[in-house]
Design a protein around this ligand. Structure first.
Ligand code: ADP
Ligand code: NI
Length: 218
């Protein structure tokens, strides 16, 4: 198993070679490390956590030409090629198909403990200091505005609406990042997220204060 997981890691590294900093192999490694930390404290199948973390973004809709829910298809091909056992492959597919955030008003799909661990770890990397950096990198790479007070955040009710929205980056905090703390499913995840959430709140307070300097003119 160790051997196959090492091979899987190399294959995933190659797959992410040309991705930007919001979604590169370093993101995958940070998610893997966070997931392993949560698993160490909370239990669950370590091999499944590793494979799930490595494959959780393997076919993201933002990078695959817009196909939603395609992770499982690609994960299946890769794991079969590396000759993982069928049961294990099924468990990974279920995990990577359910892992994504699909909108503020869309409930997370429930599943295994390993799903909860990988999902918490993935979300951990979207919040806090690194999360802020990734969000502005994402917006910058698409030439989006930092902020526009006239364009208000939305609570998306479907994955399709959420996926096609092209709002400014500050809205992303209200549409996703600030909601993640309360959607953590493991105790360790909740503890880690509390600190990162405060970093974002402080950041937004400063950002809006600087943005509204005109108020000092009155
Ligand atoms: P994850 O890897 O956590 O599943 P996503 O695939 O949704 O996250 O997005 C990758 C990164 O880009 C995350 O850090 C996320 O916050 C950021 N991102 C996604 N959509 C937007 C957006 N509309 N504006 C700014 N940042 C975004
Ligand atoms: Ni991810």
């Amino acid at each position: 198993m160790e051997d196959k997981l090492a091979q899987l890691q190399l294959l995933v590294e190659k797959h992410f070679e040309h991705e930007g900093a919001d979604h590169d192999f370093q993101h995958i490694l940070r998610v893997l490390n966070t997931a392993l930390y949560i698993q160490k404290l909370e239990g669950g199948n370590r091999d499944l956590v590793i494979a799930g973390a490595l494959l959780h973004d393997i076919s993201d809709h933002k990078l695959n030409g817009g196909k939603l829910n395609n992770n499982g298809v690609v994960a299946q091909e890769i794991l079969a090629q590396l000759k993982f056992e069928d049961d294990f492959i099924q468990n990974v597919i279920e995990l990577v198909d359910k892992v994504s955030f699909k909108g503020a008003a869309v409930e997370d799909e429930q599943g295994s403990l390993e799903l909860a661990i990988v999902r918490d770890a993935d979300r951990m990397d979207a919040i806090g200091a690194i999360g802020i950096a990734r969000a502005f990198h994402f917006g910058g790479a698409r030439n989006r505005a930092l902020y526009d007070p006239l364009i208000l955040p939305k609570q998306h009710e479907t994955f399709e609406q959420y996926a096609k929205d092209k709002s400014h980056t500050i809205n992303h905090f209200y549409e996703k990042l600030l909601l993640l703390k309360d959607r953590m499913q493991t105790k360790t995840g909740r503890e880690l997220a509390a600190k990162r959430h405060r970093v974002m709140e402080d950041y937004l307070t400063h950002f809006l204060e600087e943005w509204n300097i005109n108020e000092l003119l009155n």
